[in-house]
Write a protein that binds this ligand. Structure first.
Ligand SMILES: CC(C)(COP(=O)(O)OP(=O)(O)OC[C@H]1O[C@@H](n2cnc3c(N)ncnc32)[C@H](O)[C@@H]1OP(=O)(O)O)[C@@H](O)C(=O)NCCC(=O)NCCS
Length: 284
């Protein structure tokens, strides 16, 4: 759109980015945008019009896979091509840096927008809110240690689809007492990360070897204990049957659904049977 410029999102744009995402009640905080900028400083974009930020989009790259999210345009400028321009700038940047696959979690209303840009449908990701019963101490679960990260990232890559070690390292620093791992006879079976805020706790990433439902629930109970949370929120793949049983037994409430979509070469499908919660709808 004439008069609109797509440029890098900078630290000084964070207030404007939060003001935009608050219009959709997405709940992004300063820390969330700082984390996204730290993970991919060149991969986050703003649309600027006469000195005002009117659009935002972030990307997070893991190996040759990038996750794209927080796509928003100011309400009065929607439908005028700004979203498409931001997406094309981001996809061109990612392609130029060697990314072969781009994934995202689309709000259902935005699916046609992404399909027009060449994205394909994959599976639904469901957002839940729930009440947590008081946690219990569980054996075999402990806080993450720096020396776990390489092994955890290798295990995680089987299910996520690419190596997220830089994200895991950042989360281990930010949440040392609510990033928990399950270790059994010297083998890492899974991990969970909680981002507590008051009485509530955002859960994810939460990754567990398929067939280990007990490990997944032990991680959850230990997290509730460490975080002291009474409310939880998480988003997980509809294709993980054990997760669906867990949320139903826990009486969590479905809040909305998003659709996982991919673009480029679908080279990093991962295995959603091991994914219990995404690390954030915007960064996979
Ligand atoms: C989704 C959003 C980012 C799209 O940005 P935009 O600037 O309004 O979209 P554009 O004007 O660039 O549209 C590009 C194309 O997609 C189409 N399109 C955009 N939104 C659409 C929708 N909801 N349904 C169908 N088509 C849509 C446009 O018609 C246009 O088609 P064309 O290229 O054939 O002309 C914007 O509408 C928005 O901020 N929505 C609210 C937040 C949101 O839901 N974000 C997505 C999170 S996953």
């Amino acid at each position: 759109m004439e008069g609109t410029r797509i440029r890098r999102l900078e630290e000084r744009d964070i207030d404007a980015a939060i003001a935009l995402t608050d219009l959709e009640a997405w709940g992004y905080t300063r820390e969330d945008f700082q984390r996204l900028l730290a993970l991919s400083p060149d991969g986050c974009f703003a649309a600027e019009r006469y000195g005002r930020v009117v659009g935002v989009l972030t990307t997070t790259t893991y190996d040759d896979l990038a996750f794209l999210g927080a796509v928003i345009v100011a309400p009065e400028l929607r439908g005028k091509g700004v979203g498409k321009e931001m997406m094309e700038a981001a996809l061109a940047h990612l392609r130029a840096t060697g990314v072969r696959t781009v994934q995202l979690n689309a709000y259902l209303n935005a699916i046609p927008f992404y399909e027009r840009l060449g994205f394909h449908r994959e599976y639904e990701v469901i957002r839940w809110h729930g009440l947590a019963k008081a946690g219990e101490r569980v054996r075999g679960i402990r806080p993450v240690r720096a020396e776990d990260l390489t092994g955890l990232a290798r295990m995680d890559a089987k299910y996520f689809g690419a190596n997220r070690q830089k994200l895991l390292a950042r989360l281990a620093k930010e949440f040392p007492s609510t990033f928990l791992v399950a270790e059994n006879r010297g083998r890492l079976r899974g991990f969970i990360v909680g981002n507590p805020s008051g009485a509530s706790c955002e859960i994810g990433p939460w990754v567990v070897e398929p067939g280990s439902r007990r490990v997944a629930t032990d991680l959850y109970r230990a997290l509730i204990d460490s975080a002291g949370a009474s409310q939880v929120a998480l988003s997980g793949p509809s294709q993980n049957g054990a997760l669906l049983e867990f949320v139903s037994e826990s009486r969590f409430k479905e809040v909305f659904r998003a659709l996982r979509m991919w673009w480029g070469a679908n080279e990093f499908p991962g295995d959603p049977a091991g994914l219990w919660a995404v690390g954030g709808l915007e960064k996979g």
